[in-house]
Ligand binder design. Structure first.
Ligand code: SF4
Ligand code: SF4
Length: 343
């Protein structure tokens, strides 16, 4: 089936509501999926406690704009997610600015660590993702050290609360297995729309340790697979090199062949993001700690799925034999003290 993905330029978050509205109108409008009184969950990309300008989390202006657009169609919006580690979600909502806009708009904010889960295909998925009438994915345009690209599909990993994410990294150590698990979550949730926050993206060692880059776009599609296909192409990837997209094609979960671009042409807005150091030789790329930056908070130890991190002589130390190269430690370190090196 022909699927539209819209691309609209936006160089300033103060204008993002207009840009998102344009991008939605280009694919047929929100009214195609929202009826009055529908409960509409906005699944933001939270990850950790970072400020909006650090380009780790969905920008609060995007969240606010989509809340308002959903209200204008008569829907009842609410916002939810869980951060990377256990017990970190409330602080992440606050620091990211998402809590503030949710309060301004007087809508509900859900911490998936406290909402309970349903067991689906062996996965514990936050109840609101399965109970809502409409789920909208609001990802951030970023690279990713483990999955290379993090988009509208990967965004649903936040539907697995807290520490259980680490357990899934341990269980699905290979990228293909992990990506199939992400697609299991995605196909259980069945989101009806994805809106990509690409005004300020992240290149290099995303999703949290890269550099913010002005990419000046928003994209929308009713198909998150098609949205990821176009978004990844736009920042310089071969879309079928992204495991979730490639496997979605095999599993017939979304559109990768019949995609119509609406709005800007890809060649007019394409921006080649610097890729992660892990992309070429993952087996050789390992975490390394910057002892000057490390504050000994021990978050990395608690998140490591295979207990490969310990403290020796008062320093964070990695056991490279145990390490499965998931890079969760680097992703979650609040001080940005864990980098990756090719050894
Ligand atoms: S998470 Fe970062 S700051 Fe905390 S102990 Fe680990 S390396 Fe140090
Ligand atoms: S040390 Fe870091 S990269 Fe290695 S398994 Fe643990 S969390 Fe993953």
């Amino acid at each position: 089936m022909l699927m539209k993905v819209s691309i609209v330029k936006c160089n300033d978050y103060s204008k993002v509501k207009n840009s998102i509205k344009q991008s939605l109108d280009l694919i047929g409008g929100l009214e195609k999926i929202i009826k009055p009184d529908d409960m509409v969950l906005l699944k933001v990309n939270l990850l950790m406690a970072k400020k909006p300008e650090q380009a780790v989390t969905t920008h609060p202006s995007v969240v606010k704009a989509v809340i308002q657009l959903v209200k204008e169609k008569g829907g009842i919006p609410f916002v939810g997610d869980s951060a990377g580690g256990a017990g970190l979600t409330d602080k992440a909502f606050e620091v990211s600015g998402i809590k503030k806009v949710v309060e301004e708009e007087n809508v509900e904010l859900l911490n998936f660590e406290t909402t309970g889960t349903y067991r689906v295909k062996g996965l514990n998925i936050a109840k609101p993702l399965l109970d809502s009438d409409v789920v909208i994915s609001l990802p951030k345009l970023k690279t990713h050290t483990f999955t290379f690209f993090t988009g509208a599909v990967k965004n649903f990993f936040g539907g697995i609360p807290g520490k259980q994410k680490s357990e899934l990294h341990s269980k699905h150590q290979k990228l293909e297995d992990f990506s199939n698990m992400l697609l299991d979550i995605y196909s259980a949730v069945k989101p009806k729309l994805g809106i990509m926050d690409g005004v300020l993206g992240m290149e290099g060692d995303g999703p949290s340790n890269g550099e913010a880059v002005k990419s000046n776009i928003v994209l929308s599609s009713f198909d998150c697979i098609a949205l990821d296909y176009v978004s990844s192409a736009l920042i310089g990837y071969n879309p079928m090199g992204i495991a979730t997209t490639r496997l979605a094609y095999k599993r017939k979960l979304g559109e990768t062949e019949n995609i119509e671009i609406a709005g800007e042409k890809i060649e007019n807005v394409k921006i080649d993001f610097k890729k992660s150091v892990s992309e070429d030789a993952k087996e050789n790329v390992v975490p390394i700690v910057d002892r000057e930056k490390c504050k000994k908070c021990l978050t990395c130890i608690s998140i490591c799925p295979v207990n490969a991190i310990t403290i020796i002589n008062e320093d964070i130390t990695f056991n490279r034999m145990k390490c499965i190269r998931c890079y969760c430690c680097s992703e979650i370190c609040p001080e940005g003290a864990i980098g990756l090196v090719n050894v």
